[in-house]
Write a protein that binds this ligand. Structure first.
Ligand code: GDP
Length: 444
């Protein structure tokens, strides 16, 4: 999960500040020092850190924040706004051609995630716009690259144009575009070759493809886990190709987050998407404001809600709501919910999008091993159909039978049933607008 250390350190800096009723100039200086160290430790570009700290300090002093009400809160707000600005202010959508097809050329080092990202983006366009994309395999140096793109294509049911490894990439792209026009594809993705490092020959090939294809979008795919190198690579590609946007991949594995915070400020190019996992659905639009909230541990409710909306259709949500209100939520619904939640991503990542949860001590105690989810399922599957719809039936002898059937210890069965009942009660209360019940869950 991205930004772990940064979030914790920034929150500590803010908590220290909040403890002081009045904030002196020297308190502010101390806080800015802590923020500076936190950002540098997160591998944020040095110049970006310097500018950031300077701006926050000037704003805090200029607005006479220290003399006003709630200085700590005001400073948090300034930090939040400046983090957002550093990352580009607002989400920047994919460029769109007024003619079809819209041509999207991908570039990036080998292993950055180009092929995976092409697939994720094509799927996103299919799902969200009913688009009919096509993908061109223009990496002729690794035979496996074509095969990999074909695998991705068949997984998401998107056609791949390829001419093997003996034809010049520029010619492949020329013929591929002709085919896309003939087939009325509305988007064409060009998956180009990568190298381990930027080299002249690769840049020339990419420049030639660009000259022929006149892409509407040149997306630079950058591996977030490479930190400062990611920023240098981005700069290198941009100097040669003048890219139109960046996709930052592997943000799920990047615990520091420096690239996300530096790339826009250093290259001036917007991060348009972030990859947060290996699955084809693990690609999100990059929203600087939401990301800033997440970095500050204030959660990202918007993304959470959108993810939920993608998974649940309205009718399902309505039915679920009715059941909760009538207090007739049962173990079958519970399994349905587990399925839905698992589709949304890891439980831990979901929890972190809830405001205040990123650094909540309860998070550390919460055991969210996927194995445990499997155990919960095993226990529920060992119940009879009747028990699932009527959890009140679960007396001690039935519980012993379920424990034996599922191969789980009796105390685990008891704990699961207790948690189910608590969750049910809490949801029922929340549906009536009473959020006090939440505390029970958080403390659990
Ligand atoms: P390419 O050489 O640039 O085409 O890179 P690939 O698309 O082959 O990706 C290289 C590896 O990174 C593959 O194992 C992908 O599954 C993985 N990968 C790509 N994007 C992400 C991401 O957002 N998160 C994670 N965890 N892995 C990713």
């Amino acid at each position: 999960m991205a930004f772990e250390g940064l979030t914790e350190r920034l929150q500590n800096a803010m908590t220290n500040l909040r403890r002081k009723g009045k904030v002196s100039e020297s308190d502010l200086r101390q806080t800015m020092r802590e923020i500076r160290l936190a950002l540098l430790e997160a591998d944020v570009n040095f110049t970006v850190v310097k500018d950031f700290v300077k701006t926050v300090r000037e704003r805090a002093l200029g607005a006479k924040v220290l003399e006003g009400l709630n200085p700590a809160q005001q400073i948090v707000k300034i930090v939040d706004e400046e983090l957002t600005k550093t990352m580009g202010e607002t989400a920047v959508p994919l460029n769109q051609s007024d003619k079809i097809p819209t041509i999207i050329m991908m570039a990036g080092l080998q292993g950055a995630g180009k092929t995976t990202t092409v697939g994720k983006l094509a799927l996103k366009l299919k799902n969200e716009q009913n688009a009919r994309p096509m993908m061109i395999a223009a990496d002729i140096y690794r035979p496996a690259a074509i095969e990999q793109l074909q695998q991705v294509g068949s997984q998401i049911d998107v056609p791949v144009f390829q001419l093997g490894t003996d034809v010049d990439p520029v010619e492949i792209v020329r013929q591929g575009l002709a085919q896309a026009k003939e087939n009325h594809n509305d988007y064409v993705f060009i998956d180009t070759a990568g190298r381990l490092q930027i080299d002249e020959q690769l840049m020339e090939e990419l420049a030639n493809i660009k000259a022929l294809a006149h892409p509407d979008e040149i997306l630079l795919v950058i591996d977030a886990m490479t930190g400062q190198n990611a920023v240098n690579t981005a700069q290198g590609f941009d100097d040669k190709l003048d890219v139109t946007g960046v996709v930052l991949t592997k943000l799920d594995g990047d615990t520091r987050g420096g690239a996300a915070l530096s790339i826009r400020a250093v290259t001036g190019k917007p991060i348009k998407f972030v990859g947060q996992g290996e699955k084809m659905t693990d690609l999100d639009v990059f929203h600087p404001d939401r990301m800033a909230n997440r970095i500050l541990g204030m959660g990202d409710m918007m993304t959470l809600i959108e993810k939920a909306q993608q998974q649940f259709d309205e009718k399902q949500a309505e039915e679920m709501n009715m059941k909760i209100q009538e207090n007739s939520f049962d173990f079958n619904d519970f399994i349905d919910q587990l399925d839905q939640v698992e589709k949304m991503g890891s439980m831990e990542d979901i929890m972190k999008m809830i405001p205040g949860m990123a650094n909540n001590p309860a998070m550390k105690n919460m055991n969210m091993d996927p194995k445990d989810m499997g155990h919960v399922r095993a226990i529920i599957y060992s119940m009879t159909a009747q028990e699932r719809v009527d959890p009140d039936l679960l007396n001690p002898s039935r519980r012993r039978r379920i424990a034996a059937g599922s191969g789980r210890p009796i105390h685990e069965v008891n704990r699961m049933i207790k948690q189910f009942n608590q969750t049910k009660k809490m949801m029922n209360q929340m549906s009536k607008g009473n959020f006090a019940g939440m505390e029970g869950l958080m403390g659990g």
